[in-house]
Design a protein. Sequence first.
Length: 458
Amino acid sequence: MKTLIKTSLSLFILILFSCSEEDKNLNVEVTEKIDATVLNQRAGLKSIGSGVMMQAFYWDVPAGGTWWDVIDTKVEDWNNAGIDAIWLPPVSKAQNGSFSMGYDPFDYFDFGEYDQMGSVETRFGSRTELTNLIDNAHANQLNVIADIVINHNSGGDSESNPYTNGSTYTDFNPKSGMFFRSSRDFHPNDIRTNDSGIFGGFPDLSHHQTYVQDWLWNKSNSVGKYYRDVIGFDGWRFDYVKGFEPWVVKDWKNAVGGFSVGEYWDGNANTLNWWVNEAQVSAFDFACYYRMRDAFGGNDLTKLNDNMLWKMNPTKAVTFVTNHDTDEIYNGKLLAYAYILTHEGYPAIFYKDYEEWLDKNKLNNLIWIHNNLAKGNTNILYTDNDEYVAKRNGDNSAGLIVYLNNSDVWKTRWVETNWSNTTIKDYTGNSNWKPLTQNGNWVEIQSPPNSYSVWSVE
């Protein structure tokens, strides 16, 4: 049924594109109805943030056009484990064709169907394999998040550039026939010399140009709306948002909707919170990442007392331990996951950590704890170099107490809970204690060496 809806919608859009502007205006109401139909079709999906995000790729996944099929075999198990969304790598054809990870975009509307840039398929597969994956993810209640690279482009032909008095590789003629670009659409141009930042010397898209805005998010067949309505994406991960102003993401979100998170690579929580408030979307909590790196790598859990985005703006913080760009938490990585999966914020799990490097059963247990026990605000109860204890106070639920132990010996500690005369247990199974809390809510708990325990009412 979903495939039929997408096919019908694609046919409608092809007809719409061939119409005059008057015809398009007459079809606005129909377009809005189709948009509503697509969104209603996805009403059965989990709410993003109710579970855990899965980053469904890593750098240099196997080439050969097989990755969409690999992920397709995982989504049922991920749904059962408590994942609510999968984040895919950039899906469109890039300059390096079948060898590219997609971060050098050429044709935003080539999903592995046109013979250009040296290949038909992308590194990850064909358009059909991509949409089959998304359909299967939706059938398993999972949202699908697109990695959106709109700071820079690559693969254009050389052309004479009146704004540089030279030649630049800014002549883009994609075989999809969508979003042609020339020197005026990049920096410098007739209205603006630059924006916040360039990346790798690639042509830098000028978001102040109305033509660029229309093709990225405003038009009915813009990148954002085509990805949402035809391909089936439910949310957006914006790459390198330091390269352009926050209003770009804000305008995209207002025009297209869906969950949005930006990659603002900065370890300062105040800076991240500024960007979140300006863009009015979520951000990856790099402040949390760097504090965890210092805490677990440097054997000093007091670093977890420092400021992080989740402490300032928990509903806008996406926490993570590793991603495709950085993997510096070698010691205590499972403790780091115990940290983000018991604390506030929307946690993301890295594909290789889950599928290859760490104990999947322990991660599944922590995902269950996150989805069922990790509710309410957070109080830090104790920290030193080796120990960290924090309490989630519950939100119409019991909440939990998490005890991280970064030492080589068992640790015990008396802590004040929210529970009086109540038997509690460790939901990780790392301790077999079932202590009874005192009248004053105090109780002694334990944690094994280089591990963790998570306590709540039995």
